[in-house]
Design a protein around this ligand. Structure first.
Ligand code: AMP
Length: 437
């Protein structure tokens, strides 16, 4: 925009973020970083490798990967035409479809199964409320190429370990269910359609529509008036047998052996078409309506559905904002500034910059005083040092400079002020990083 007038006008208006899309401000970022650090650590200990896909994909990735008859694809995607070439593009609403697109495109399973994870912003045009945003962040975990229930158990065990590390496990309940295989669901679906048709007049508008598109979703309805009708509906569990039943039995046995408590929730179906056998969710009752922290399950048909080689898989995604809403109560932001460096005079300024550089190279966290305009008085600088949260103030005035020393004042305790030679950077470092403070 090279039109000066236009630019001035644009600057005059108060600019705001898009509704439902949040900034992560400096006073919140330590919490986010602590979460990512913990997650990275737990994932690495389970042998999962990080991967990253673009935020934009061809719309077809999600239409095929999530399913046409889903809330996400029907009404929540940010889709637009790339006016440079006419491509239909979509801001990713979730991570699995894009991950599978990448795995297929790069033949990642050519030498065997893979355990991967990713994280980043996702976009859904939902009605914003507490715990529900239009840009939110997910951490996704996928075990690709593993057919057996041990992979399902490992994934749940991993999420359990992560929530334990974050000290939020106590308030969470693990719901699990078995969706069986396609033939089981077909038989159940027919029974459901028959049942709901018999009670057609009792269904709300949404459910009447779903009866012919995706009747399983009726079971997911939050409408309390449908509660009784749904409770009495034919249960999928009664239609599952053979390997699919044994798969779920093995999962339950592994979870029992690990002492991981769970609730069998027959109503848990998850919104997406491609799930089979295991589905699970971690739910908190402290977050109001948006209490699901993490959801996942097995999706054996998806790889082939997206044009890749047939391969089984199981995965899950967790909503980071919701996890942080719980984790915040257990998190104390670290005060990790070792020293605030104040100085008076231009000669001292040069020496101070060099000292800060040398101390940082040794590993110290140093904040240097930067005056808003003119060089400030020692008193004004010391006030800033006290406000900074640093453990020490390091002072380099005319007097210190002429003697070739630095004064170090403990800001947390009434210790005597120390003076050390400027040339002994290691001694200064030892002093300000000593752990007894
Ligand atoms: P889903 O991909 O819908 O299974 O979502 C997985 C997890 O992402 C959920 O359990 C939530 O924790 C989180 N999540 C989904 N949608 C939103 C949203 N609009 N805002 C915040 N978190 C969300």
């Amino acid at each position: 925009m090279d039109d000066g007038t236009l630019q001035t006008n644009a600057q005059a208006a108060a600019l705001k973020a898009v509704k439902g899309m949040n900034d992560i401000l400096p006073n919140e970022s330590a919490l986010w970083q602590a979460f990512y650090r913990t997650a990275e650590y737990v994932l690495a200990r389970h042998g999962f490798a990080y991967m990253q896909t673009p935020i934009l994909e061809h719309t077809q990735v999600f239409v095929r990967g999530i399913g046409e008859v889903t809330d996400i694809v029907e009404k929540e995607m940010y889709t637009f035409t790339d006016h440079l070439n006419g491509d239909m593009l979509t801001l990713r609403p979730e991570g699995t479809a894009a991950c599978i697109r990448a795995v297929n495109e790069h033949h990642l399973l050519h030498d065997g199964p893979k355990r991967v994870w990713y994280q980043g912003p996702m976009f859904r045009h939902e009605r914003p409320q507490r715990g529900r945003y239009r840009q939110f962040h997910q951490l996704g975990i996928e075990s690709l190429g593993f057919a057996k229930a041990d992979a399902d158990a490992e994934l749940i065990m991993l999420t359990h370990a992560l929530f334990k590390s974050l000290h939020i496990l106590d308030g969470l309940v693990l719901h699990i269910n078995n969706l069986g295989d396609a033939a089981h669901r077909r038989a159940h679906k027919e029974a459901l359609i028959h049942y709901f048709n018999q009670h057609h007049a009792q269904l709300d508008e949404d459910s009447q529509r779903r009866l012919h598109t995706n009747p399983l979703r009726i079971l997911d309805s939050k409408n309390p008036q449908l509660h009784e009708l749904i409770e009495a509906a034919p249960r999928l569990a009664d239609y599952i047998d053979g390997e699919a039943a044994a798969h779920f039995e093995t999962l339950c046995q592994l979870l029992d052996a690990l002492g991981i408590a769970y609730q069998r929730n027959h109503r848990l179906v998850r919104g997406l078409d491609y799930y089979n056998r295991t589905v699970f969710e971690w739910v908190s009752d402290e977050l109001g309506a948006q209490g699901t922290l993490c959801g996942g399950g097995r999706y054996d048909p998806l790889m082939a559905l997206m044009g890749g080689k047939d391969a089984p898989a199981v995965g899950c995604a967790m909503g980071i904002e919701r996890i942080l809403a719980l984790y915040a109560a257990h998190f104390q932001a670290p005060q990790n500034i070792d020293a605030y460096l104040v100085y008076v005079g231009e000669a001292a300024q040069k020496a101070a910059f060099a000292l800060a550089r040398d101390l940082r190279a040794l590993g110290a966290h140093i904040v240097m005083h930067i005056a808003p305009q003119e060089m400030q008085s020692l008193k004004a600088q010391m006030k800033k040092a006290n406000q900074s949260g640093a453990r020490f103030a390091m002072i380099l005035g005319d007097d210190e400079l002429s003697k070739g020393v630095i004064s170090i004042k403990n800001l947390r305790h009434e210790h005597q002020q120390q003076t050390l030679p400027l040339s002994q950077v290691n001694a200064v470092y030892d002093h300000i990083s000593a752990s007894y403070i």
